[in-house]
Design a protein around this ligand. Structure first.
Ligand code: ZN
Length: 199
């Protein structure tokens, strides 16, 4: 049992709106393992019989996040990513950011996302796959905002103000970077070919 407790990720957007009833089943045979799976529109969480109510609550939250992360990894192909981008643009940027292409790339190891406004293209690092949806949404929204405003001045951050999880997502990513001891935080290309460090 090594997963860290995290609070439930956003369920508010279309791809994450799988609202499910949770059924906790206790098993005397289980000693230490917790597992969970979907059954129709219910989520079954299997826990050891001896677990306290507080532990149960904590582990249900952990397992729901793990399932959501697995599902976002499975579900988001490039097409879904483009749909998600369109939805985020509509929701937070009045639909003004309209990328021509949005895709996953595997050659971005020091950046989470990048965009080339001249081409209307957005690329997200495959390392985001499996992270909570609110983190992927943040990086996508960040790059969408760069299609409108290059760099990270006040005008840029004002665009992200409407997204309620900006600080949390940045904290998550900073934690990942610190843990992996990567040399730098993600950068984004601004239309002139320069690269800027995320702050
Ligand atoms: Zn940026």
């Amino acid at each position: 049992m090594s997963a860290e407790p995290v609070s439930p990720a956003s369920r508010s957007h279309p791809l994450g709106s799988r609202a499910t009833a949770v059924e906790v089943r206790r098993s005397a045979r289980r000693r230490r393992t917790v597992s969970a799976y979907r059954e129709g529109n219910r989520t079954i969480v299997l826990i050891p019989a001896r677990m306290s109510a507080a532990e149960e609550q904590r582990w249900v939250a952990v397992m729901l996040d793990k399932l959501a992360a697995q599902e976002s990894k499975r579900m988001l192909g490039d097409d879904e990513l483009a749909e998600r981008a369109a939805w985020l643009s509509e929701q937070y940027l009045d639909g003004r950011a309209r990328p021509d292409t949005v895709r996953w790339v595997t050659n971005q190891n020091t950046r989470w996302g990048s965009c080339t406004p001249a081409e209307g293209s957005i690329r997200l690092s495959h390392r985001l796959q499996g992270m909570p949806e609110y983190v992927v949404d943040y990086v996508l929204l960040h790059e969408l905002a760069h299609l409108l405003v290059p760099g990270h001045g006040p005008r840029f951050w004002a665009l992200l103000e409407a997204y309620p999880r900006t600080e949390r997502a940045r904290g998550y990513l900073e934690g990942v970077v610190a843990a992996a001891r990567l040399p730098c935080l993600p950068t984004a290309r601004d239309g002139r070919g320069g690269q800027r460090e995320e702050r």
